[in-house]
Design a protein around this ligand. Structure first.
Ligand SMILES: Nc1ncnc2c1ncn2[C@@H]1O[C@H](COP(=O)(O)OP(=O)(O)OP(=O)(O)O)[C@@H](O)[C@H]1O
Ligand SMILES: [Mg+2]
Length: 89
């Protein structure tokens, strides 16, 4: 099983779709680079995964870290991952 598993991750801001269904697996110890033009959704992918988008963002799909589902999870669960197992700079 992948350490990080993202399935059909979608994000819209005020009804405008900006992520159209991301699928991504990262194995334990693997390094993955996301490459794409400015505005293609690299940052929004991880902001969504970590519950850091503003309230106007609508997020669907699945992000699992070591088996723990983050999308729609209580803040307490997300905080076990955010800044501890996944951090953004
Ligand atoms: N808070 C927000 N409100 C509305 N739209 C947003 C918000 N944050 C990001 N977006 C939009 O979401 C899309 C994806 O943006 P994102 O910041 O993920 O791009 P990026 O790939 O990280 O770009 P860069 O390489 O410039 O960092 C863009 O169209 C951006 O304008
Ligand atoms: Mg960015």
């Amino acid at each position: 099983m992948a350490f990080v598993s993202i399935r059909d991750l979608k994000v819209a801001f005020d009804g405008t779709q900006v992520l159209h269904g991301i699928d991504l697996d990262i194995a334990r110890g693997e390094a993955v680079g996301l490459v794409g033009e400015s505005g293609c959704g690299k940052s929004v992918t991880w902001l969504a995964a970590l519950g850091l988008l503003p309230g106007k963002a609508s997020v669907s799909g699945s992000v699992r870290v070591d088996g723990l589902e983050l999308i729609g999870a209580p803040v307490r669960s997300v905080e076990k991952v955010r800044g501890a197992r996944i951090a953004m700079i």
